[in-house]
Design a protein around this ligand. Structure first.
Ligand code: ATP
Length: 474
């Protein structure tokens, strides 16, 4: 079904390594069964396009966000963090162009009244932006409703921003938007951050946070949601250097996914055609992943020119130029943006880590997650849960471990089942306490990937696990 990773593969657009799992259903059901991701408001019948992260999912997603923050802020001298509000002055979205043009082409079936995103209809994939705006396109291509074959309307633009009202009066003067991207929070704070951090160009501002889009056709599990999280970084540079930084960042961002274990052959770049470019972009490339439903965007890298700061400067009359004390130059910085989805990244790691193996005639499901992303790092398991001394030793070991990392205790099945369960949720190490442990003060540490077991003295377990994890540190 799949090929092994080949980082040196030819950059042939027709190259297809196949997905890591044949059916998305495998991941959806694992997520539900093991507590990664649940449909939101499920006992009320659910709400479309919103998903809730369960006990394991929240750990995975937090670890993804931490890994991103580490690469984008912690390890960099030139990037600082920010956490701006979800609600912003409504004028921000007029200036940014979102009120006028953050829209998708929508068509409606005249008989069943279902609505579709034109560019996702069978027969309309790959249309250019100009064609998607052509009022005759539906008729010319003979497109019909995919559900009941009804006639479809002409495309119209549907704005994806959620609206709400701020304060006790619900009128137009109180209208605010739920941010559809985190980037604008960075632009409007550019001067505050630069002045307080005293960073010199080139420097970046990074932010992780919720974004909301009233997507016409959400779907494919957490791939496209109406409420999701973004991890965005805006890198402010001299205009003449933007093209070079764009190249640098696209390579660096692709390498980040590989560093955390995504099969290199299932990642590729796709450059946007000139008529596909967003209103702000000079150049854009997507990092794409081979999902079970095809090659799709994982992250966007954009050269935004001086569009953002230039527009905000013009709209507010505030000076957002950068002054270079060394050369005496003043200019509006250009921006190279890396824009990733935390949910889409977590989803990708989950899919790419999934594997099924034959072990002694049985199928073993393993989530080969990078240890840093794994929800739990260690499970402490008793061989005999009816022996109080064994259980007590388990708790002592777990208490010792949990000061440093996520460690769980589980005694709800036989040891074989407990191992399988931890394999299936990606726990890199299991520590098992048996009868002999009470005598020799040693326990068994089992490795998820090799299934190799080693005997480690009780007092040395913590150091053994921490060293093993440190060795996998990318
Ligand atoms: P698409 O073409 O898939 O609608 P986009 O080009 O509008 O995506 P961007 O605006 O570049 O996406 O957003 C940056 C990143 O945010 C995406 O690469 C993706 O990881 C994430 N993202 C965007 N929309 C959603 C969504 N509806 N659900 C989950 N993640 C999303």
């Amino acid at each position: 079904m799949t090929e092994t990773a080949d980082p040196n593969r030819p950059t042939d657009p027709a190259f297809d390594p196949g997905p890591a799992v044949a059916s998305l259903e495998t991941i959806v059901s694992l997520s539900k069964r093991r507590g990664f991701i649940f449909p939101s408001s499920e006992i009320y019948g659910g709400i479309n396009a919103v998903w809730d992260y369960g006990p394991l999912g929240v750990e995975l997603k937090n670890n993804v966000k931490r890994a991103w923050w580490r690469a984008m802020v912690q390890e960099r001298d030139d990037i600082v963090g920010l956490d701006a509000g979800i609600l912003m002055a409504p004028q921000v979205w007029v200036t940014s162009g979102h009120v006028a043009s953050f829209s998708d082409p929508l068509v409606e079936c005249e008989s069943c009244h279902r609505r579709f995103r034109l560019d996702e209809l069978p027969g309309a994939e790959g249309l250019s932006q100009t064609e998607l705006r052509d009022p005759t396109i539906v008729e010319r291509l003979g497109l019909r409703c995919p559900v009941d074959q009804g006639r479809l309307s002409e495309p119209r633009r549907f704005n994806l921003m959620f609206k709400t009202y701020m304060g006790p009066v619900e009128d137009d003067a109180a209208l605010v938007y739920l941010r559809p991207e985190t980037a604008q929070g960075i632009y409007v704070n550019f001067r505050n951050v630069r002045e307080t951090s005293r960073k010199k160009i080139p420097f970046g501002i990074a932010q992780i946070g919720k974004a909301f889009r009233n997507e016409i056709s959400p779907g494919n599990f957490v791939f496209r949601m109406r409420e999701f999280e973004q991890m965005e970084m805006q890198y402010f540079v001299r205009p003449a250097t933007a093209a070079a930084y764009f190249e640098e960042w696209r390579e660096r961002r692709k390498a980040w996914y590989e560093r955390y274990g995504v099969t290199p052959a299932r990642l590729r770049f796709r450059e946007h055609a000139p008529d596909e470019l967003a209103h702000y972009a000079k150049k854009a490339v997507d990092v794409e992943y081979r999902f079970p439903f095809g090659w799709k965007e994982l992250e966007g890298i954009h050269n935004r020119g001086d569009w953002d700061l230039g527009r905000h400067q013009e709209a507010t009359g505030e000076n957002l130029e950068y002054f270079d004390q060394a050369t005496g130059e003043r200019f509006v910085p250009w921006i190279v943006e890396t824009s990733a989805g935390a949910d889409r990244a977590a989803f990708t790691f989950l899919i790419d880590a999934y594997r099924e193996e034959e072990v002694r005639g049985e199928t073993r499901v393993v989530l080969g997650l990078h240890p840093e992303l794994a929800p739990y790092k260690v499970a402490v398991l008793p061989l005999l849960k009816r022996q109080p001394a064994i259980v007590e030793l388990c708790h002592r070991i777990r208490d010792d471990l949990k000061r440093d990392l996520m460690a769980v205790y589980d005694d709800t099945a036989s040891i074989g089942r407990l191992y399988r369960r931890q394999d299936e949720i990606g726990t890199p190490y299991c520590v098992t306490v048996d009868v002999e442990s009470l005598e020799d003060r040693a326990v068994t540490v089992r490795d998820r990937d090799t299934m190799r077991q080693v005997r480690v003295p009780v007092e040395g377990v913590r150091a053994y696990i921490l060293d093993a994890l440190a060795a996998t540190h990318p």
